[in-house]
Ligand binder design. Structure first.
Ligand SMILES: [Zn+2]
Length: 475
């Protein structure tokens, strides 16, 4: 038959009989501002408030198919598909009207015209909404309304909006999330094959301000599709990367707040004297996220805790990404004081292998190679996964990179998760916290780190694999 789990349909109409709408937001926000997916009481409150304005729409991102005469399936993939049934013919026809062009009063009228029982339309809308199948064509707050008025901008972002509608449960939530991206500030440190592409991706996905920092000038080997163009060779890396970011943005160039860094923040001389971006950038408040995407392979492999000290102090979430040798690395996503940081990583490695500091010292003092290995496809893959994790975090989800370094190596290209456990002696304090309880039911927001937690399952799986495997020089 198929792979979709189903329970037998109960008596009566419109029983939801199976599916896996797994948007992790479903469980959060208990009674938070009348979340319609929370409980029937919340939904009724939501309907009273939004009902007159709501234009219900069965999420168009989900393809529809009839499994039999009375059972309709929304969506194709196990992650998001749901089945609804039994559905009588009249209700099946009525579903076609839930396309965002009609408000609830008009829909009720249509229901009466189609001889649907009294209250049936409201029950249908309620159940669809509670199952996470319903969006609101006019939903969302003021920022969402402003975005809708920018048709050209929204047209650029429509596939992203459709994708967000699959992970956001509540009607109008997807466009709220998309609109919220426009007010976020993200800094990307490093404008090589990974950093420049990553910054452009975030900008293209609607992040309002993506600031890039790097030193030196663009070299021919920095050029990458989606990142720095060949015309930029010889220009300042920072300036060229910022231009790439502006080109990728669906809207006008990012606004600059009074506290935003700008190119004169560090003199060109200072920049030239540093191979790496990490010597500057102070983790100033106001960045929702800082991404460290160094061009230097050693910095990718063994991130210098000193470079992130200010980020830890200011409580700025930060994410590591880069390529070392033929291995791509994404993570950890560090939530200061809560999850393992670069210093935790270093201390953990030293605990497991006492020669680790000696090796790092040799690598640091060794002669720098002129051009480091950085496979173009691998770099783009890393940029893509890092951007996806960054967006998930910024959207308020718990991405899988919290407390984990994802690694992928050529030629096998199988992603594996390596845990970055909080170290009990690390000054960041994450290791001194009591073991976090499951916070999946707690509220999460893009403004705070509440609800973000380490993804323990891949950590444990990876750790078990490491312990059971042969001795590895790589710690
Ligand atoms: Zn730490």
């Amino acid at each position: 038959m198929d792979n979709f789990p189903r329970r037998p349909a109960g008596p009566g109409m419109l029983a939801l009989v199976g599916g896996a709408m797994t948007g992790s937001t479903g469980a959060r926000g208990t009674h938070r501002t009348l979340s319609p997916g929370c409980c029937p009481r919340c939904f009724l409150g939501f309907l009273r408030l939004r009902g007159p304005h709501m234009h219900p729409m069965v999420k168009p991102a989900l393809r529809r198919g009839w499994r039999d005469l009375n059972t309709v399936q929304f969506g194709m993939t196990p992650a998001h598909a749901l089945t609804l049934g039994p559905v009588d013919t009249a209700t099946g026809s009525f579903l076609e009207l839930l396309n965002g062009t009609r408000g609830l009063p008009l829909l009720r009228e249509e229901g009466r015209r189609m001889d649907l029982p009294e209250g049936h339309v409201d029950r249908l809308v309620t159940r669809l909404a509670r199952a996470g199948l319903l969006d609101d064509a006019r939903g969302g707050g003021a920022a969402a309304r402003a975005l809708r008025e920018k048709k050209e901008v929204l047209d650029r972002l429509r596939p992203d909006l459709a994708s967000l509608s699959l992970v956001a449960r509540e009607p109008g939530e997807a466009i709220d999330r998309l609109a919220a991206r426009r007010d976020l500030r993200v800094q990307v440190r490093g404008a090589g094959r990974v950093g420049a592409v990553l910054a452009a991706l975030l900008s293209g996905a609607g992040i309002g301000e993506v600031d890039v920092l790097d030193g030196g000038c663009v070299e021919p080997w920095d050029v990458a599709p989606g990142g720095l163009p060949v015309e930029a060779v010889g220009e300042r890396r920072t300036a060229a990367a910022r231009r790439a970011v502006r080109r990728a943005a669906p809207d006008r160039p990012a606004r600059r707040g009074p506290g935003a860094p700008h190119e004169s923040h560090v003199s060109h001389e200072t920049r030239e004297s540093h191979e790496s971006y990490e010597s500057y950038g102070d983790g100033e408040p106001g960045h929702s996220l800082v991404i460290l995407a160094p061009r230097d392979d050693l910095t990718v492999h063994a991130p210098d805790p000193v470079a992130a000290a200010a980020l830890i102090t200011s409580g700025t979430p930060h994410l590591y990404a880069g390529v070392v040798e033929a291995t791509g690395v994404v993570g950890p996503l560090v939530l200061p004081g809560q999850t393992g940081c670069a210093e935790c990583l270093h201390r953990g490695r030293t605990d497991r292998d006492e020669t680790w500091p000696r090796l790092v010292a040799q690598w640091r003092s060794g002669r720098r190679r002129h051009v480091r290995p950085c496979d173009l496809a691998l770099a783009t893959t890393v940029a893509g996964l890092a951007a996806a994790q960054a967006l998930a975090f910024l959207d308020g989800e718990s991405p899988s990179g919290v407390g984990v370094r994802w690694e992928v190596s050529a030629p096998g290209l199988n992603w594996r998760a390596r845990p970055v456990w909080p170290h009990p002696d690390c000054p960041c304090g994450a290791g001194r916290k009591p073991v976090a309880e499951d916070t999946s039911n707690e509220g999460a927001s893009r403004e705070t780190m509440a609800g973000q937690r380490p993804s323990s399952t891949p950590c444990r799986r990876a750790d078990a694999a490491r312990l059971a495997g042969t001795w590895r020089a790589h710690v």
